[in-house]
Design a binder for this molecule. Structure first.
Ligand code: SAH
Ligand code: SF4
Ligand code: F3S
Length: 459
């Protein structure tokens, strides 16, 4: 019997990856994905705990699901509600206490058990029992061994998680608690998953990890392989045209990985390398374990090897104790580096993290002011970066239809969204890499004309 599954994804790209895996895990039990929660026999909220706002949104969504569940009950239909992801890991049983409508809580390292949990819940409910299951152990190795990607991947770009968890313990961050200790998948597993994707028409992969450049997976030779070595190996896969990786930590940006940006043609000239703050005092209080200067030197070395590298980052404003001078140091750093794109956030005190206990919390008004100033500067830099590509010819991977008829949207090597109109070029289809003359630039995207369709077959 077919049943319907609705999954809502919050937070980072790793949650996007996990959502796809959960959908695949449920498919053999007859679950088909729906975009409409009111149709769903099973609702999974794949949650994020990184900032307070993200975590609180989950409870309002649970409230909405409860209303849908009540409506279904009146029509004689059931709905199971599962909370997965980082809120599930951080709060566990507490979720059920606060929201008794929730049937299952499953952490990011246990979701391979979701099918068994759903079967048990279904069976015991049919027998009239009210059951609540909570599974939040750290069984990451078992999880990856169980994941099987299917044979119907849609779209030319895909994520592959290669590393998960974090041992860095930045004083503001929940990730070491929600995703657990650093774990790297064996190289052979990553290669096999990537090869399978490429056979299905994928031409670009993004390697994911909370600290992806701390990758230290077991190689086929029994030795520990670095991320640089993994990328060199993946670059040998025929048909894989683009490799990206995210997110990196400055501490793990070694010379070999820097060299990969010059030597591996398929490694894209884009790097997300968060620093969080431009003040050494704040970096020390955050336990980032490097100085602003170390970061500047890494950027210099990267640009020496790959002068056109597009840089991205993450910034936190209003960390406890951050003074005006500290914040100005962040602005100075941003001016000195020049970002193609970046994310910035107000510091959010997270339960259980050391920084949340600090006495000198910064007021929300100050945080808002600093965030506005930083975001204005970053937006200016992003627009300048985009404008500098006008007049150039860039290879663009066509990824999906645009809003207008005949329009497709793709990505440049620098991660910029590029809109093109497709005429009768037979091979300018989704999955193709075409050469585009960039004609216009806005803050968030580029426009251009296809000057040469690809010789690569479309996916
Ligand atoms: N592993 C990555 C980041 C993971 S979280 C790294 O080390 O860079 C993604 C981003 O969320 C972080 O880079 C940080 O900028 C932001 N972030 C994490 N915890 C936060 C908090 N408590 N308040 C505000 N922003 C936070
Ligand atoms: Fe969080 Fe720091 Fe680990 Fe990144 S390196 S996931 S910010 S603890
Ligand atoms: Fe959020 Fe967890 Fe990702 S807290 S950012 S979903 S690792």
């Amino acid at each position: 019997m077919k049943r319907k599954l609705y999954i809502k994804t919050y937070g980072c790209q790793m949650n996007v990856y996990d959502t796809e895996r959960m959908a695949e895990l449920m498919a053999p039990d007859g679950f088909v994905v729906t975009e409409e929660p009111s149709d769903a026999d099973l609702v999974v909220l794949n949650t994020c705990h990184i900032r307070e706002k993200a975590a609180e949104k989950v409870y309002s969504d649970i409230g909405r699901m409860r209303a849908l569940k009540d409506r279904r009950a009146r029509a004689g239909k059931d709905m199971m509600i599962a909370v997965a992801g980082c809120v599930a890991q951080a709060e566990g049983e507490e979720i059920i206490r606060r929201a008794p409508v929730v049937d299952m809580v499953v952490g990011p390292q246990t979701y391979h058990r979701l099918p068994v949990m759903v079967r048990e819940t279904t069976r015991r409910r049919a027998a009239g029992e009210r059951v609540r299951l909570v599974e939040t152990e750290f069984t990451i190795e078992e999880k990856f061994a169980r994941l099987q990607r299917p044979s119907d991947k849609k779209g030319p770009a895909a994520f592959v998680t290669v590393q998960e968890g974090c041992d860095k313990f930045c004083t503001f961050c929940v990730v070491p608690y929600t995703r657990g200790a650093e774990f790297s998948r064996p190289v052979a597993q990553v290669v096999a998953e990537t090869e399978r994707l490429v056979r299905q028409g994928v031409v670009e992969i993004t390697l994911l990890g909370q600290n992806v450049n701390a990758f230290h997976g077991e190689g086929p030779d029994g030795k520990v392989w670095s991320l640089a070595r993994l990328i060199r190996r993946l670059a040998e896969i025929d048909g894989l045209a683009r490799i990206r990786y995210t997110t990196s930590h400055p501490r793990d940006m070694d010379d070999d990985l820097i060299a990969v940006h010059a030597e591996v043609e398929t490694c894209m000239p884009y790097l997300h390398l968060p620093i969080q703050s431009g003040s050494d005092r704040v970096l020390a209080a955050m336990n980032r374990r490097h100085k602003v200067d170390d970061y500047r030197r890494i950027i210099d070395r990267l640009r020496e090897k790959r002068p056109d590298l597009a840089l991205s980052g993450d910034f936190i404003v209003g960390f406890p104790g951050e003074t005006d001078a500290d914040f100005q140091a962040t602005m100075d750093l941003v001016r000195a580096v020049g970002y193609a794109q970046a994310y910035s956030f107000k510091y959010s005190a997270r339960p259980g993290t050391p920084a949340a206990e600090e006495a000198d919390q910064v007021g929300d008004e100050v945080k808002a002011e600093r965030l506005a100033a930083l975001q204005a500067l970053l937006a200016e830099q992003q627009l300048a970066f985009n404008r500098a590509t006008v007049g150039r010819r860039l290879p663009v991977l066509l990824e999906k239809p645009g809003r207008r008829a005949g329009q497709l949207v793709g990505r440049s090597p620098y991660m910029q969204a590029v809109h093109v109109m497709v005429g009768n070029e037979a091979d300018a289809a989704i999955g193709a890499i075409v050469e585009v003359a960039i004609t216009a630039a806005g803050p968030h995207s580029l426009e251009g004309d296809i000057v040469r369709a690809s010789d690569r077959p479309a996916a």
